[in-house]
Design a protein around this ligand. Structure first.
Ligand code: MEV
Length: 439
């Protein structure tokens, strides 16, 4: 077993690579060379990436693709997507085109409020605590004014602070439940800084508030942190068209196609095993745009899945219905995104992605991201209820298989041509390439 290492973060990047390669890989020199090959020649650009995190040893590439032809609220977008899964960008583009010919997507913001909480314990009289917190709220706001000043200039800030008694769940447990508006910033740093200031004010003022601590026992702050569950920072995306306009290339009538889509959504709404996969397909679109625009996809994932389970059962995030001959397909999700701060002005490809999107506000980005999720779900369901998912997926995966087999450019061309009329599977590709090579 390898011995633990002391002070690894203080080693130079070269030394870190050597240490990792020599201890954990079978071909240390090849590994070292491989890791360096992924460095950027531009040393400033490389340093920027090195400094995003600790212990950087190289860059980890993902493709950045673009899905064009997204008509959203009457404006055309090409949506940048960072993702490794073969068929996602192709499916998004196809869904965009389908809906472009049927009036495009609509999207609206349902709220932009973010949440943060100070979690604390207090053993004393709840009524006394209530009156203390009423006294404290303006003090906390005043104490946080140097943090909030800039945000207020941009139209954001603290919306409200309330005391929540959670002692029925956990003995002595209370929260300061705080609501914020963070405009074009995702707001994590702003919210956490405010919360830590609130907690300092709470502890300081509690010492002097009449009888609160003296007779009743101390206040203990456990933690101050934003919540990634933002049900009131929510967006809705929608497509609709007359059922008769849904006639589908696979030959299904609009009626049958619409009915199958509605049933597929209904299954996902009622059956958690299906709901998870259904929503995963939505997240294929959402995460790819969230990542390309430098946003926190883990926060988005956590919040969206909590929202999907808000009824107590994990359900579909999309809804589909047929009413009066009209098919309607919607997605409603919480999304806390930023277009300023964080990586947005640092990572060159994030900057480029935001430029491709014509420098959206956070609200506009919420709409774009929700539309990408809805389009992805439509694309997946369309395949699932008609030709199945593997046809499109394997077509896109063909190049991965050929690359695994070291196919040349000419061989790839020949194989792509051959598989236009044959079904792709790993076995069939191996057989076809071998046959091609022996000709
Ligand atoms: C694959 O990444 C996503 C799908 O499984 C989604 C779905 O089943 O709806 C195709």
């Amino acid at each position: 077993m390898t011995a633990p290492v002391e002070g690894f973060s203080k080693l130079s990047k070269e030394a870190k690579i050597r240490w990792i390669a020599s201890r954990y890989t079978t071909h240390p020199e090849a590994t070292e060379a491989l890791l360096k090959r992924y460095w950027n020649e531009d040393s400033k650009l490389q340093q920027l990436h090195d400094e995003f995190i600790e212990n950087t040893i190289t860059n980890f590439y993902l493709p950045l693709g673009v899905a064009p032809n997204f008509l959203i609220n009457g404006k055309l977008y090409a949506i940048p997507m960072a993702i490794e899964e073969s068929s996602v960008v192709a499916a998004a583009s196809k869904a965009a085109k389908f809906w472009l010919e049927r009036g495009g997507f609509k999207a609206e913001i349902l709220g932009t409020e973010k949440i943060g909480q100070v979690h604390f314990l207090y053993q004393g009289n709840p009524e006394l605590l209530k009156s203390f917190i009423s006294y404290l709220i303006p003090v906390m706001k005043q104490d946080a004014s140097s943090i909030t000043a800039n945000m207020e200039k941009r139209g954001g800030g603290i919306i409200g602070i309330e005391l929540r008694d959670k002692t029925a769940d956990i003995p002595n447990y209370y929260q300061l439940h705080c609501r914020f508006e963070t405009r074009d910033a995702m707001g994590a740093n702003f919210i956490n800084s405010c919360l830590e200031q609130f907690s300092a004010s709470l502890l300081r003022e509690a010492q002097n508030y009449d009888g609160l601590i003296k007779d009743q026992g101390d206040i203990e702050v456990l933690m101050s942190i934003l919540s990634n569950y933002t049900p009131n920072c929510r967006v809705r995306a929608e497509v609709s068209c007359p059922v008769k306009k849904l006639d589908e290339e696979s030959g299904l009538s609009g009626d049958t196609f619409a009915r199958k889509l509605v049933q597929a959504v209904s299954i996902a709404d009622n059956e958690p095993y299906r709901a998870v996969t259904h929503n995963k397909g939505i997240m294929n679109g959402i995460d790819a745009v969230v990542l390309a625009t430098g946003n926190d996809f883990r926060a988005v994932e956590a919040g969206v899945h909590a929202y999907a389970a808000r009824s107590g059962q994990y359900r579909s995030l999309t809804r589909a219905e047929i009413q009066g001959g009209q098919f309607k397909f919607t997605l409603e999700i919480p999304l806390a995104l930023g277009t300023v701060g964080g990586l947005t002005s640092l990572h060159p490809l994030v900057k480029l992605s935001l430029e491709i999107l014509q420098h959206p506000s956070a609200e506009e980005l919420m709409k774009i991201v929700a539309v990408a999720g809805l389009a992805q779900n439509f694309g997946a369901l369309r395949s699932l209820v008609t030709v199945g998912i593997q046809q499109g997926h394997m077509k896109m995966h063909l190049l991965n298989i050929l690359n695994q087999m070291g196919a040349s450019k000419a061989e790839k061309e020949a194989m792509v041509n051959y598989f236009k009329t044959h079904t792709v599977s790993h076995n069939e590709v191996v057989k076809a390439l071998e046959a091609h090579r022996s000709n």
